[in-house]
Design a protein around this ligand. Structure first.
Ligand SMILES: [Zn+2]
Length: 219
């Protein structure tokens, strides 16, 4: 399973045209975790995917978060960023995350809960029955825009994730430099990706054989 997961680094290396703004990491994770992982890191530092409405549009399209084409405005961008930061704060709470570089922009847990609930209530939707091709179908209806419905839907899924059975499977990846979260979908999975596992093993190997990393040795 881990072999199919792409890391930001592997994507960036395999295609030089891919920029930080378009990277979708760990595409097999549940949508709320994919939203958390719009903050990711490589050797260049920590990156944020959701910096413009265009990037939010690209991300929503890439992860297929809504039923219709999204057309986000600046208010949507601000709400998605607030939801993302809330989810990262609550994930840190659940996983006892001690990674300094992964710390959420929203430090206060009460604020994170408020922001998540605000997103969940932002665009009420209801199931709707349609009849076509001789069959009955279910779709989702609501008064808000496609982007706002995607926001609320993501918040609903996040509440289920953070309170349901899978909450104990949510993990922070402790490979060197990684700031991602993942749902541990099999018992032996220790890292978010194969690349992180390889990097963590290399770091352990190095620590066993050398006293200090090469960068810090005296010149
Ligand atoms: Zn990782």
């Amino acid at each position: 399973m881990g072999d199919t997961v792409e890391t930001p680094e592997s994507i960036a290396r395999s295609d030089g045209l891919v920029t930080a703004s378009l990277v979708v990491v760990l595409p097999d994770e549940p949508l709320p975790v994919q939203l958390m992982n719009t903050i990711w890191a490589d050797r260049g530092g920590v990156h944020d995917v959701l910096t413009t409405t265009g990037n939010l549009h690209a991300w929503l399209t890439a992860v297929q978060a809504g039923e219709e084409a999204p057309d986000p405005d600046p208010g949507d961008l601000q709400r998605f960023r607030a939801l993302r930061d809330a989810l990262r704060r609550l994930a840190a709470l659940l996983t006892d995350d001690a990674r300094p570089a992964a710390a959420s922009a929203t430090a206060d847990i009460e604020q994170a809960v408020t922001d998540l609930n605000s997103a969940a209530a932002h665009a009420p939707t209801w199931p709707q029955l349609t009849y076509h091709d001789g069959e009955l179908h279910q779709s989702t209806a609501g008064h808000a825009t496609a982007t706002q419905r995607a926001l609320s839907s993501l918040a609903h899924q996040a509440i289920h994730l953070l309170t349901g059975e899978d909450r104990m499977k949510l993990h922070a990846c402790y490979a060197p430099g990684c700031v991602l979260y993942f749902v541990k979908n099999h018992p032996r999975r220790e890292w978010c990706s194969t690349a992180c596992g390889n990097r963590a093993r290399a770091a352990r190997h190095y620590q066993r054989h050398y006293k200090s990393p090469p960068d810090s040795s005296p010149t």
